[in-house]
Design a protein around this ligand. Sequence first.
Ligand code: PLP
Length: 457
Amino acid sequence: MASNGFALNDNVLAAIRAAELREFEKKIPTSRALHQESREVMTRGVPSWWMSAFYPGTEIFVSKGSGCHIEDVDGNRYLDMTQCDLSMVCGYGPPDIARAVAERFENGSHFLLPTEDAIAVGRDLARRFTMPYWQFTLSASTANTEAIRISRFATGRDKVLIFAGKYHGHFDETLVVPGEQGMKPEYQGLPKDAAERTIVVPFNDLDAVANALSRCNVACVLTEPAMTNMGVIEPDDGFHDGLRALTRETGTVLIIDETHTQVAAYGGLTRLWQLEPDILTTGKCLGGGVPIGAYGLSAPLNALVQNNLDTDETGGVTIALGGTTYGNALNMAAARAALENVLTEEAYRRVTGLGAMLADGIDATIATYDLPWRAYRLGNRSGICLSKTLPRNAVEASSCVSKPLNHAARAFMANRGIWEPIYIHGPSVSFAHDEDDVAAYLGVFEDFVDRVVREHN
Ligand SMILES: Cc1ncc(COP(=O)(O)O)c(C=O)c1O
């Protein structure tokens, strides 16, 4: 048993990880050989480098997925507890979506013209998210990019305000972090002036928001309703009311990004908490496994956009929106099937119940070992918060996670048939999980915590 003064030792965690990875390597000879081969033609041996970056030490090649399981090319089967960072929460190969996609593809997957599925999708989203007008892209990143363009057009201002600890996609405006002397680009390859267009303030700090909005030529505030990319950071009571009041007072567009939180509740946290964004952005699981991005516009913004998009006949396009493959027939068919058959209100109730079971189980293990931690709780999703107090902002959140613990957990889990690669974000349950799956995960979770505690004694 641990005691409440328990502190993680990074060397102990590194040793657990190393031992687990030695075991794991023996199980994946085919994946390792394919990685060698693929390095001849692909950067880091993967078609998109995140497929390597997320999984140091556990880089597998996949052969198939079914329901909430994936299988690698060596025949190892894993219970998936992260769902490709929540983009596959409909499950792998759900029959209704698979049928709709196959049928649509056989009859043409894209025409650069609408199909009737788009109306059904638009109607469903309007009802679900309480946003009346919709446009589609191919990813949440591109939905956010267009939302920012519309905000700039609507306000005549340039800057974007985001919250520290955010992630909204790999595009210039949001890849900015606070530095010692103001804002700075977060990565290489960004324009030097990227940081001049973005202001980053702490989540839950309405004074910082008020200060920035009164001084800084801000076109929009872009935020998740609860932050989900550094564990979970919940809003204080009154934070969203204050944010809406401040953005209204200053004529700033409020964009709520529901890309992750749409899984936490039917209609997202926007519906649950009765938020009133001007633009709501999303993507990931909405396409049921087919890439999609989407944004909902308020009636006034829709009118503004509609009146400023010229046709081919009348001249140039005023606002830079759209893309050749956006809103294609295939992702409209997939989204319709997902919304009507998988992401239903009743299914959300079931998945939220499983999410609570997951969090209760994590809390129970934490209590058994008397650890100074607690579980995160956000709909279908949980995880370890390394503090008894939930974080309110990114600074507090950063002390609630441990990379060495996450790395050790990933290897330990993979050896026991659990796929939980992005440990900082998860675990989460999908629409394909049931109680037995959650119980199976919790059993391995308890074994992991037991090992960590024993090795620290
Ligand atoms: C809140 C949020 N918004 C947007 C995105 C971007 O999604 P995508 O990479 O699918 O464009 C992410 C990705 O993790 C996200 O977490």
